[in-house]
Write a protein that binds this ligand. Structure first.
Ligand code: ADP
Length: 673
């Protein structure tokens, strides 16, 4: 009963164990894996958020650049100022500002180039002009005449004007300033709007020469003539501020530069500096206008709403980003340098990338794939074709380190789970063994009580019959006495076995081995079992050797071995009606074999028959009374003699238990007990 309760509690323990160990293990593993995953996601999300932060701050830079520009530009327009006077004041990236009137005509700061081709001289004219030019150096007195001849030959006004200019130069080289001035005046007055071969407006060149000569004459006379200088200054102002330059024609700029050079040392220093920088700014704008001329053409047709800035996307070939705004009738087109903007953005991007070493930002022209991008931000409306891409500095390294981290963590979790599961398995196995042992012990207790009952009952019945005088004197009475003796023997065998087994389990069983002949022991055991065999109709055959050297044995224990084996042969082998007991000498010992022809033992059970409490699971076998300790005791005794025991059997063909005992004494044998 106690054992059964033990079994029950073991089972309960196993259930509790599963609930307390395996479920939490599974739960913890699940939690750990989801934590790994969510940490990974949060690292990723964090990097993406930082990438977005970088993109937003660079976007804010761009917004700031153009926001400031719009504010300053509108303020200047509202104040009636010209946006093209100093574009850099509106924005450091602004290269030029253009003004269109209501009809879409470019009115400031430059005019579109006129299509009229410049005069191309004939080869004859060229030759004569070259000859006249050479005379200017060698014989200046004759040069003026030569130029006059060229003038007469020229039909086109541009070429004629150049010939007049040649006369001016020749007279000056010959120091005939009066004649030079006269020719220059003629040049200034007779050729309005005419350009020479090199694009110069000849009348302006004439005016310049008149002033130059006047200044020379004044210098020669030794008194500084304010009049000549003032006239030259007026010309400079006219060239810089009044005259509308033509895109692609640098003539006015060149004349203005020359005039300023002549005035240096004569005019006021500040005035000169102001004109010089005005000239430089204008030249810069003129060059820029020539560069973006083809873009300028279409700009006007994208006119925005009043006071609303509109940005035109730079396309692959363009150098400029255009901002358009309309103020009443006029339309202003502001032209920014893409290169300058890009440089500025590159700097901003680099600055941010330095602050965020994990991230790299770059500018992307539309169409490029944003591979691996963590944040993409279009820079519209200002730079509609450019967007900003922020990505991890080293995508591959990031991927590798993520993978490594994941592998390590998942590995740790799986190892922990593995260890726990293996531990759980081992504990469960131990519990199963315990449960099994408990069940065997429970069976054993039941079997022993069962075994004890039948001899005791027999002895009591026969004894009572004798006491009451129920048995007839003679054979009947003798049969009663025999039965009492037989059952007592059986009882004492059983008790011996149980006590021996208990002693063996405790480790308290000792055997007293001395050299002796085993044959008489075998014969005695067979003889005492013979009557039981005969009652079952089993023939017992003995094969004994003639002569045998003595063996180291404990007679009583060896007798117990044989009694157990013979009792098994009677219980499980009786149907074969034949039992053979053989003693045979071998090379280094003696073999004792107990063979029957009964049901035999299956190969799967042959291993276990010598285990404590083992009983076959075959119901036919189980019908026989037994405790499962007989063969365990046999093996123990044989091993205590330094021998071995094995079973040879095939199901249905009987079993042979073969004991081998050595001639040599086992360790410790023969010592006084
Ligand atoms: P018990 O006989 O009390 O059951 P044993 O230890 O003597 O215990 O035997 C163990 C088991 O070995 C038996 O239950 C039986 O199944 C098997 N066995 C032993 N001897 C024989 C035999 N001669 N033939 C067939 N089976 C046997």
């Amino acid at each position: 009963m106690q054992d059964l309760r033990h079994v029950e509690s073991s089972l309960r323990f196993a259930g509790v164990f599963a609930v307390l160990m395996l479920l939490p293990t599974g739960f913890l593993a699940y939690q750990a894996l989801t934590t790994v995953r969510s940490e990974e996601l949060s690292l990723d999300a964090d990097l993406r958020a930082r990438a977005r932060g970088v993109a937003t701050s660079i976007y804010a830079d761009v917004e700031e650049i153009f926001g400031r520009f719009e504010q300053v530009a509108l303020a200047r327009l509202d104040a009636g100022g010209s946006p093209s006077v100093n574009p850099r004041e509106l924005s450091p990236y602004l290269r030029a500002a253009f003004k269109f009137d209501g009809s879409g005509k470019l009115v400031a700061p430059f005019a579109l180039p006129r299509r009229a081709p410049l005069a191309q001289p004939s080869p004859a004219w060229r030759r004569d002009a070259r000859a006249a030019q050479q005379l200017e150096l060698r014989e200046p007195f004759r040069a003026a005449g030569a130029w006059r001849a060229v003038e007469r030959e020229s039909v086109r006004p541009g070429l004629r004007a150049e010939a007049v200019l040649g006369q001016v130069r020749a007279h000056m080289a010959a120091r005939r300033f009066g004649a030079a001035k006269q020719a220059a005046t003629r040049l200034a007055e007779e050729f309005p709007g005419v350009r020479g071969r090199h694009g110069f407006l000849m009348s302006t060149v004439g005016a310049f020469k008149v002033n130059e000569i006047a200044m020379r004459l004044a210098q020669r006379r030794g008194r500084g003539s304010d009049e000549a200088r003032d006239a030259m200054e007026d010309l400079v102002v006219d060239l810089l501020s009044v005259r509308q330059w033509e895109i692609g024609q640098p003539g006015e700029a060149a004349l203005a530069r020359e005039a300023i050079r002549l005035l240096s040392g004569r005019s006021e220093r500040e005035w000169l500096a102001a004109r010089r920088s005005q000239l430089n700014r204008q030249v810069e704008q003129l060059q820029w206008a020539a560069r973006v001329l083809h873009e300028l053409d279409g700009v006007y047709y994208r006119v925005p709403a009043e006071r609303q800035f509109r940005y035109l996307g730079a396309n692959a070939g363009s150098a400029a980003v255009w901002a358009l705004v309309r103020v009443s009738e006029d339309v202003f087109a502001f032209s920014f340098s893409i290169d300058d903007l890009r440089d500025e953005l590159d700097t901003a991007v680099r600055r941010r990338s330095e602050a965020e070493p994990d991230l790299t930002a770059r500018l992307r022209v539309i169409g490029e794939p944003p591979e691996g991008a963590f944040a993409v931000r279009s820079l519209g409306p200002w730079l509609p074709l450019v967007s900003l891409v922020v990505q991890p500095s080293d995508l591959e390294a990031l991927r590798v380190s993520n993978n490594r981290r994941r592998t390590v963590r998942v590995g740790v979790v799986l190892t922990a789970v593995f260890v726990l599961v293996v531990g759980a398995y081992l504990v469960a196995r131990m519990i199963a063994l315990e449960v099994d042992g408990a069940r065997q012990r429970a069976d054993f207790a039941a079997n022993v009580s069962h075994e004890l009952r039948s001899p005791i009952t027999q002895i009591r019945l026969k004894g009572e019959a004798l006491q009451l005088g129920l048995a007839q004197p003679g054979p009947d009475m003798q049969e009663h006495f025999d039965a009492i003796v037989r059952e007592s023997e059986r009882l004492s065998r059983l008790v011996d076995n149980v006590l021996d087994f208990a002693a063996i389990e405790r480790g308290a069983k000792r055997y007293h081995l001395r050299p002796d002949d085993p044959v008489p022991v075998v014969v005695a055991a067979v003889e005492s079992a013979r009557s039981s065999f005969e009652a079952l109709g089993v023939a017992v055959v003995m094969e004994l050797p003639e002569d045998l050297p003595p063996l180291w044995i404990d007679r009583e224990a060896l007798g117990q071995v044989l009694t157990n084996l013979l009792s098994n042969a009677a219980k499980y082998g009786a149907e074969g009606r034949y039992v053979r007991v053989a003693v045979e000498p071998r090379e280094d010992g003696v073999e004792i074999c107990v063979q029957d022809r009964g049901r035999g033992i299956g190969p799967d059970e042959q291993e276990s028959v010598f285990d404590d409490f083992f009983r076959s699971s075959d119901p036919m076998v189980r019908r026989q009374k037994g405790t499962g300790i007989g063969l365990a005791i046999v093996r123990y005794i044989v091993e205590a003699h330094g021998g071995t025991i094995r079973v040879e059997s095939a199901p249905g063909r009987g079993a042979s238990f073969i004991i081998t005992l050595p001639f040599e004494p086992p360790d410790g044998a023969g010592e006084p007990a």
